[in-house]
Design a protein around this ligand. Structure first.
Ligand SMILES: CC(C)[C@H](C(=O)O)[C@@H](O)C(=O)O
Ligand code: SF4
Length: 428
């Protein structure tokens, strides 16, 4: 019987020739990603049991990202805990504040995480790295503790959902719109405990940044992870990071692999999509209602990459954020921040009246640097719009692509970015 990519990776990491969905396996983890929010709890569990060791300090990547730079004493202590552990255990790959950014985006860019590998982290958007043709998933602090200690985790082998995206998207329609459309169709629990494998000529033609946006949001449909098979785009991405094909394993799903569900998407039919409060599956066409916004946020591990910032700059160039709208742009990493500066994007944002913040998760989860107050209405390029996600429970969050966020910031109400298609084409 054929296997999917995910099944092949899990078999290879658990000493089996093949695995089937539902099977319980003990899986080797090639990488463990640690940030300052969930790692301290895992470390405490290990310390309390006298098991305070790491399986391999060279296979742990530590990136403080949520509450940095610290906004209060509690956050400063969490950061200290992560940092002192890193120093004590000799964790090799530590991306300190000022040298990192949002952990998932830092990791995807390092060349450390490779196709065919496994990754766990105490963060639900770990699925992001699946775009590299890898198996990457979020775990709770207990499993995180086990992974740090032993380099292993237990998994029930997930079933796989195949999502075939064909055709060309209209100008102004981005991977974020595609994934919001898929989640709208299947529901916020539509892929529960499944791997979401993305295929089709739309995916073949998509760059790595767009693929990360797709796999990043698997968890918003309940997915165990998202995955894209390795192709020339992946190989070029790895090679740009000094990693050659002999350093990793490529897997493809077999022709007779079993997919629990198959979802077909015609990219040309997808419109700029906005997920209305309070669930990412609540998608509607951008601009179909007149909804005034008080805040616009571009950033996060879903859409804080350089291509996202370029999309925003094309729309903001020579324009102003509407009076009464507070816009925040957060490049996902220091490297992206620098690239955006070099390309003149930050200047465009500032000239338009947007604040540019330092790389962190801050506003995305309402921790700091852009917390929403009562009844604020935010159009956000992030991934979740749950009640209270960005601050006060009465605030309303609408999820959209960076282009839609920019178009809405300029208009002062949620708007269709296709109105700027001429601008977009002219800039390309
Ligand atoms: C703080 C962290 C555990 C959380 C997650 O796991 O997703 C955060 O990153 C989020 O996006 O809500
Ligand atoms: S950017 Fe947002 S979604 Fe991503 S890890 Fe940080 S808090 Fe979570």
């Amino acid at each position: 019987m054929g296997m999917t990519i995910a099944e092949k990776i899990l078999a290879a990491h658990s000493g089996h020739d093949y695995v089937v969905p539902g099977q319980l396996i003990e899986c080797r983890t090639d990488w463990v990603l640690c940030h300052e929010i969930t790692t301290p709890a895992a470390l405490r569990m290990l310390e309390e049991r006298g098991m305070d060791q790491v399986f391999n300090p060279d296979q742990i990547v530590a990136v403080p990202d949520h509450s940095v730079p610290a906004m209060n004493i509690k956050a400063a202590k969490m950061y200290q805990k992560l940092k002192s552990w890193v120093q004590e255990k000799g964790i090799k790959h530590f991306f300190d504040v000022g040298r990192g950014g949002i952990a998932h985006v830092v990791l995807e860019n390092t060349g450390l995480m490779k196709p065919g590998q496994t990754l766990v982290s105490g963060d639900s958007h770990t699925c992001n790295a699946g775009a590299l043709g890898a198996f990457a998933t979020g775990v709770g602090s207990t499993d995180l503790a086990g992974a740090i200690y032993a380099g292993k985790v237990w998994f029930k082998v997930p079933e796989t959902m195949l999502i075939r995206v064909t055709g060309q998207a209209q100008p102004g329609v981005t991977p974020k719109d595609i994934v919001l459309e898929v989640i709208k169709r299947i529901g916020a629990d539509g892929a529960n405990y499944m791997v979401m494998e993305w295929v089709g000529d739309y995916i073949d033609n998509l760059d790595m940044e767009g693929r990360f946006t797709l796999t990043n949001m698997a968890i918003e449909a309940g997915g165990k992870t998202g995955i894209v098979a390795v192709d020339d785009t992946t190989r070029a991405y790895m090679s740009a990071r000094g990693v050659t094909p002999d350093q990793y394993t490529e897997y493809q799903s077999d022709a007779d692999a079993t997919f629990k569900v198959i979802v077909e998407v015609d990219a040309a039919q997808v419109e700029p999509t906005v997920a209305y409060p309070h669930i990412p599956s609540n998608g509607r066409v951008a601009g179909s209602d007149r909804i005034a916004v008080s805040h616009a946020y571009v950033g996060s591990c879903t859409n804080g990459r350089i291509s996202d910032l370029r999309d925003v700059a094309r729309i903001l160039k020579g324009r102003k954020v509407a009076e009464g709208v507070q816009m925040i742009v957060v490049p996902a990493t220091q490297a992206i921040w620098k690239q955006a500066a070099q390309e003149g994007l930050l200047e465009i944002f500032v000239d338009a009246g947007a604040s540019v913040s330092y790389p962190s998760c801050g506003a995305c989860l309402g921790m700091h640097s852009g917390v929403l107050g009562p009844d604020d209405v935010c159009i956000s390029s992030s991934n979740r719009n749950f009640v209270g996600r960005m601050g006060d429970p009465s605030a309303q969050i609408y999820l959209a692509s960076p282009a839609t966020v920019a178009a809405s910031a300029v208009a002062g109400f949620i708007s269709d970015p296709r109105a700027y298609n001429d601008t977009i084409n002219a800039a390309d």
